[in-house]
Ligand binder design. Structure first.
Ligand code: GDP
Length: 300
């Protein structure tokens, strides 16, 4: 088992005994440990660099010995900076889902196959129904996998949302137009659109998502990404962010055994807020994103 960042810092602090302040000299080892621990937590290298620079800046000159528990001083600096970098520095409003438009508020979900889009569509529908008393319609524009359409139907029913049927011989834009028309005529508050995903990024899939986005002009476009994929998340996030006007990120499978370093990377690369996390296969495994809790998880 790898040492957690907290354990690593505790070790470093022991070697710093007798030194009153964190200095350029004695911070070297501390920063090295922070760097290694972040890399082990799957945080991408450029993000690690930026973060360690921030931590260094904040830590220099801090009293470590005067405090009751010097390790805690370091840990709290690291925790604070981690929290800020993953979104803690954003106003609450920017971390919340935005539905402020003439209904139906359209939410587009994009991401690779297996990221958890369809499950997330069901979870988000359930969350909106329970927490915001919204009337929610879901539709699948995945015309490549009949099973995906069927899966969305199942999770929508479980969530208590209405499902707008589609078939694989339809064009995604036609499906979107029909669903939007239905949502308007039946006074739905929210329309959740699930899109097709491939195992790796492919041009046709990106173009299709981009066309859907241009047509629907969703108020929220969420990039759904699996927290377990670690480093790979950064490249995928870049491409989706370049091609779609993303408004937020939904990080899935946070219940897995990864440390959550992907959260840091994806947030940093896209500059977009993480708005929700998936914490299980069931529909209630879903929550709003809490930067402090995620920072604690990365710290271990
Ligand atoms: P899609 O291809 O992006 O639509 O992904 P799916 O919604 O089909 O999800 C792929 C797999 O990940 C399924 O087995 C889901 O049950 C699982 N999954 C989705 N979200 C989570 C989550 O938050 N935690 C866990 N443990 N599994 C999840």
């Amino acid at each position: 088992m790898l040492d957690t960042l907290t354990q690593r810092l505790a070790k470093v602090v022991k070697t710093m005994r007798g030194q009153a302040r964190i200095t350029e000299e004695n911070s070297k080892e501390m920063l090295r440990e922070v760097r290694l621990a972040l890399l082990e937590a799957d945080v991408a290298l450029p993000v690690v660099r930026e973060l360690t620079n921030r931590i260094k800046e904040k830590a220099l000159g801090e009293e470590v010995v005067g405090s009751l528990n010097p390790g805690q001083v370091l840990v709290s600096i690291v925790q604070r900076e981690l929290t800020a970098v993953i979104g803690g520095d954003l106003p609450e409003k920017e971390r919340e889902i935005n539905l402020a438009c003439t209904p139906p508020a359209i939410i587009l979900l994009a991401g690779l196959q297996g990221a958890g889009k369809t499950t997330t569509a069901g979870k988000l529908a359930r969350w909106l129904i329970r927490n915001q008393k919204k009337k929610v319609l879901t539709v699948s524009a995945d015309v490549y996998r009949p099973a995906a359409i069927e899966q969305l139907k199942t999770v929508s029913e479980q969530a208590g949302a209405e499902f707008f049927p589609s078939t694989t011989d339809q064009k995604p834009l036609d499906i979107a137009a029909a669903a939007l028309d239905y949502a308007k005529r039946h006074f739905f508050d929210v329309l959740i659109v699930d899109t097709a995903g491939r195992l790796s990024i492919d041009e046709r899939m990106m173009q299709e998502a981009s066309d859907l986005s241009a047509f629907l002009k969703p108020i929220e476009t969420f990039f759904v990404v699996d927290a377990m994929v670690g480093q790979d998340a950064i490249n995928t996030a870049k491409v989706f962010n370049d091609r779609l006007p993303l408004t937020g990120i939904i990080l899935t499978k946070v219940d897995g055994d990864s440390r959550g370093g992907a959260a840091l990377s994806v947030r940093q690369v896209t500059g977009k807020p993480i708005k929700f996390i998936g914490t299980g296969e069931k529909l209630d495994g879903f929550d709003t994103f809490n930067p402090e809790a995620m920072a604690s998880r990365i710290l271990g």
